[in-house]
Design a protein around this ligand. Structure first.
Ligand code: HEC
Length: 148
């Protein structure tokens, strides 16, 4: 066996390593694509949930909030606001959410403000349905902290 590190050895490491990680990448991609339908909660996607998502975008909630980690970090994460404030009870959450949206902005000095969006009752319900739906996506219990 040669003591020297030859060009041939370098080439084998390059191609062998490249091939190994390419196969690993393809395998993990395949695993993800297979797992997504079981995790994404697609069968619960109603027209009302879709309408809530439109309102979420139109009102730029994501400009201050994050949703499952995506978005801005000015205001609390909302991917888990349903278990946090509704305790897994849809009607309790809806009551909380309507009251919350109606009460903005809360006039407390030094507290970060959320704007008043003047949503209709129907729009508020659609947004709360969207947040409930989002919280049921299987994210491996992420985010780990329920508060925020
Ligand atoms: C300009 C920034 C901003 C925008 C835009 C915004 N929010 Fe907020 N939101 C906040 C802030 C700040 C808080 C925390 C306020 C507080 O604790 O008093 C908050 C809190 C909340 C809470 C309560 C969270 C909890 O843990 O109790 C909900 C629900 C919420 N926002 C929903 C929405 C929705 C839905 C939209 C879009 C229609 C939206 N927000 C848009 C700033 C924003």
């Amino acid at each position: 066996m040669s003591e020297r590190f030859t060009k041939g050895m370098a080439r084998n490491i390059y191609y062998g390593g490249g091939m190994f990680f390419m196969l690993l990448f393809i395998g993990l991609t395949f695993d993800t694509v297979v797992a997504i339908p079981e995790r994404e909660n697609r069968d619960q996607l109603t027209a009302e949930v879709a309408h809530g998502k439109e309102l979420w975008e139109k009102n730029n909630c994501v400009g201050c909030h994050s949703l499952l980690g995506e978005g801005a970090y000015f205001a609390p994460e909302l991917g888990n606001v349903f278990p946090r404030r509704g305790g897994d009870n849809e009607e309790a959450f809806h009551a909380y959410f309507s009251a919350w949206m109606a009460a903005q902005p809360i006039p407390v000095e030094g507290r970060r403000k959320m704007p008043q969006f003047n949503l209709t009752a129907e729009e508020t319900r659609a947004l709360s349905q969207f947040l409930i739906w989002t919280s049921r996506i299987d994210t491996n219990d992420w985010p780990p902290n329920n508060e925020g």
